[in-house]
Design a protein around this ligand. Sequence first.
Ligand code: THG
Length: 292
Amino acid sequence: MICVAENINIMSKTIGPAIKERNTKPIQELAVKEAERGVDYLDLNIGPTRKGGAETMEWVVKTVQEVVELPCSLDTTNVEAMEAGLKVHKGKALINSVSLQPDRLEKGLPLAKKYEANVIALLWGAEGMPRDENERAMHVVDFFQKADELGVPHSDIWVDPIVSPVSVEINQVKACVTFMSMLKEISPEAKSIVGLSNISNGTPDDLRHWLNKTYMIMLMKHELYSAIVDAFDEELLEIARGGKKNIVELIHKLMDGESVDMGSLGEEEAKYAKTTRVLMGQSLYSHSWLEI
Ligand code: THG
């Protein structure tokens, strides 16, 4: 699986101020540390900056690529900032992202063609968040149709179903898994990506990794192609690289409805199993879901 490191983002207490003050050091140090974890891309999230977005993205891309060889995921809704980043980016960039809102699609998608970049198709429509897997599927079809008109190859498109926090909306958590099982039928060449840490937004920090890892394994059952991840979650990266086969097998069994004797599980397996049941909507989420 392709791993995109999430840690360079404007919300971070060290990175936010560093971007504003054009202080290269904290950003370059973090970029090097992320790269050392063996990730494939670095996400550069400069937020919804309106004024000065172009200069900011250009500066962040140059700053990062001065010290690491990796391609970047340019994370902004500002089209001018996106293009400024693409202009200076070395290698094949990942445009993060283009949604199905008409103006975003019209302005954003041509950039993928012009710069021969990969592009995340964010399944956010004219009416906002898709309600279920079927609305997501309809958005994908629309996105590919537009891509065909512009000559953007399907293999450059990474579909993002938009992951919601489990503490907010379990039906959306389930809808993303179901949608992933439908995607290959819609376009066999289509790639997929999720912002994995969204699933654990609002969960106490020390417990987030359980949700992130478990949800990734659930999506891997349907050939998840890539994920935006915490580069410092070692076990998550190990799983993304094909590790922890026993845990992956256990979670996929639970998803298939096979009976599993919970009493026979070790402590680690039990935690993954409990988390799977929460993410499948079989038990209710609360901050103490691992204790029950
Ligand atoms: N899809 C796409 N892009 C995305 C998302 C997505 N980009 C943004 C986000 N979702 C993925 N990136 C992050 C980055 C950080 C966190 C979550 C998702 C996060 N950070 C900690 C926090 O806010 O508590 C720590 C912040 C820090 O570094 O201090 O949770 O879904 N295409």
